[in-house]
Design a protein around this ligand. Structure first.
Ligand code: PMP
Length: 395
């Protein structure tokens, strides 16, 4: 007999299926590098966040294996019980060095970092001014905090100033935070942090920047905040260790007092087992590699510039990206799906991004050129783009 859960699941799943919203998930048979294998076929991979090609880099693997042999596969407990190993302390010192802050706290993921740190500091007597295109984990962290959420038009500083001044004038809130991605993942545009800081200083806003797509990419790898020289002006420098850094985990970097508070109150830190020793060691190695090898970040930007120039040279609309994220904006949702399907058939793996992730009528293929693509791979991808563009009468 079907119980209420069975009924809920079968009707919800068939509803998603009928609306075309039940995505199939591909399984990779090789590491997530410049070429991937899906269903037995090698494809040029333009879909991963592995910006620097670190996900299967030999030095990171060696660091992970060494630490695993030394410490074992698991940390054994949550951090405040006895799951803080010296490798976690080393990791946090390294993150603070990387971000130019007094201290840092590592989380098990970027998602956890947002959920756990926003809600540790903000509560129902506070307000959060949030860019309308912020990542889901920011939105969930804001909701969890119970603070009043005030949406700010994307990168619109006049709207931010007006809403900040209204929130202050209302006298309703103890604290007000402004929160935003540093780099926006669907368009590749960058938040106007110098203007944010001016407004934040004027209205005493707490500043929180999620630099998941900026760390390892912007500011010679040190991130978007660093690219503007604003390390002392942003209260929370949040990031992930799973994209350019290539491993897994997340962090908040900032003043020591902030980190002390998060250690006392942030629930994923208090109640979820810490990162594995192998992951912590691989991240330390990755951050050293970014700091000691500026050429890695340069190679990424060189590949991105090469790829974008060729795409726009063909006549594609690549939007207003200021970073390696290289969207090809198709518009119509069905055409976007069809475009990506044809790319796949011809050997390019690039994901279609459609409503509700982006506004209706702005469907796009999101391309992520990475450091380890060769120019030959990128040229081949461009040839395939040209073929598909012509086939679909897009060019
Ligand atoms: N913030 C942003 C802006 C992201 O793009 C992501 C990753 N999708 C996250 C947070 C979550 O990071 P993680 O994958 O490490 O949980």
């Amino acid at each position: 007999m079907a119980n209420s859960l069975d009924k809920f699941l079968s009707s919800s799943l068939s509803d998603l299926k009928s609306k075309g919203l039940l995505n199939s998930i591909d399984t990779l048979q090789k590491p997530n590098g410049p070429i991937i294998e899906v269903n037995g076929k090698d494809l040029i991979n333009l879909a991963s966040n592995n910006y620097l090609g670190f996900a299967d880099k030999a030095e990171l693997i060696a660091a992970c294996v060494d630490a695993t042999e030394k410490w074992g596969v698991g940390a054994g407990a949550v951090r405040p019980i006895n799951g803080t190993l010296s490798i976690h302390d080393q990791l946090e010192k390294k993150i603070a060095e990387f971000k130019g802050t007094e201290d840092a706290l590592a989380y098990q993921s970027g998602f956890n970092a947002n959920m756990g740190s926003i809600s540790a500091v903000m509560d129902k007597n506070d307000a959060i001014l949030s860019d309308e295109l912020n990542h889901a984990s920011i939105i969930d962290g804001c909701r969890l905090s119970g603070a009043k959420i005030i949406r700010v038009k994307h990168r619109d500083m006049a709207d931010l100033e007006q809403k900040a001044s209204e929130a202050v004038a209302s006298g309703l809130y103890n604290k007000i935070m402004y929160i935003s991605d540093g780099v926006f993942s669907m368009d590749g545009d960058v938040q106007d942090l110098p203007s944010v800081v001016k407004i934040a200083e004027k209205y005493d806003l707490i500043t929180y920047i999620d630099d998941a797509h900026g760390s390892g990419v912007m500011g010679k790898g040190k991130g978007t905040v660093k690219s503007f020289g604003l390390q002392d002006k942003i209260d929370f420098q949040m990031g992930t260790l799973s994209k350019a850094v290539g491993v897994v985990g997340g962090y908040v970097a900032g003043k020591k007092q902030l980190i002390d508070w998060l250690k006392a109150r942030s629930r994923p830190f208090l109640f979820s087992t810490s990162l594995t020793p192998g992951s912590a060691a691989a991240v330390i190695e990755a951050l050293d590699e970014i700091m000691n090898h500026p050429e890695y970040v340069e190679q990424l930007w060189d590949n991105a510039a090469y790829f974008k120039k060729k795409l726009s040279g063909l006549g594609f609309n690549i939007g207003k990206s200021e970073t390696p994220i290289s969207p090809v904006i198709i518009g119509d949702e069905n055409k976007t799906q069809q475009f990506s399907q044809l790319l796949l058939e011809k050997g390019v793996y690039a994901k279609p991004i459609v409503y509700p992730t982006v506004p209706l009528g702005t469907g796009r293929i999101r391309n992520m050129p990475i450091r380890t693509h060769t120019k030959e791979m990128l040229d081949k991808a461009i040839d395939i783009y040209a073929e598909v563009g012509k086939e679909l009468n897009y060019l």
